[in-house]
Design a protein around this ligand. Structure first.
Ligand SMILES: Cc1cc2nc3c(=O)[nH]c(=O)nc-3n(C[C@H](O)[C@H](O)[C@H](O)COP(=O)(O)O)c2cc1C
Length: 193
């Protein structure tokens, strides 16, 4: 296999039993099968204050923001599972992106994002699976220099969708999520070769 590429996988939910954490862990397996090195991050482990420019001006970037930014910079692509809140992005995910978009002193603009790749997915207990929330996430990431691959998938009826061991009961859906992970790995490798 050509150079190993590094991806980071996370969900826009802090919830302990988050369906989106399960989904992104499944996509991670697809990327690993394609030869990628994939770090899983639980955003609950990196609590960040609500972004406030006064706070930033007084104290600089919080420690967990610096850790999150370092992780993003160490990876070439992002696998993100995005819960949908009121048809849009969750505050947790938006806040993390907003903080990471802020440069440390003497750091290049949008150093965590420019030239990176991303693949998006969602799941929710509703019929649409969080599909409507993916458009705003895509729009935000594209606007800060991320190449978001066209492939995306939303899985409805999340509370019945998963097996005990973290697969999707529906084989086609399971393959689609593994395939998104694999596709991100392939495209990221090509873009970085
Ligand atoms: C404030 C709020 C708004 C929500 N809005 C939507 C919505 O627009 N569409 C939807 O499918 N589910 C919505 N939900 C339900 C979430 O999809 C559900 O809580 C889901 O489990 C969240 O993802 P997680 O399991 O990864 O934490 C909402 C939940 C909350 C708390």
């Amino acid at each position: 296999m050509a150079d190993t590429i590094k991806l980071i996988a996370f969900a826009g939910s802090a919830r302990k039993d988050s369906f989106n954490k399960k989904l992104v862990k499944l996509a991670r397996l697809g990327a690993i099968a394609e030869g990628a090195d994939v770090t899983y991050l639980d955003l609950k482990d990196l609590p960040m204050p609500l972004f406030d420019e006064d706070l930033e001006a007084e104290n600089g970037l919080p420690k967990n923001v610096i850790t999150f930014k370092t992780l993003l910079k160490e990876h070439q692509g992002f696998l993100i599972s995005c819960p949908e809140y009121n048809s849009s992005i969750t505050p947790l995910l938006k806040n993390a992106i907003d903080w990471a978009s802020r440069p440390a002193p003497s750091e290049a603009s949008l150093a965590c994002f420019r030239g990176k790749t991303a693949a998006l997915m969602a799941t929710s207990p509703g019929a649409l699976g969080g599909l409507r929330g993916l458009a705003p996430v895509r729009s935000i990431l594209v606007s800060i220099g991320v190449f978001v691959i066209p492939d995306q998938k939303a899985i409805g009826f999340a509370s019945q969708a998963f097996t005990e061991d973290g697969n999707l009961k529906d084989p086609e859906q399971n393959q689609a999520i593994l395939g998104i992970g694999a596709k991100l790995a392939q495209i990221t490798r090509k873009l970085n070769s």
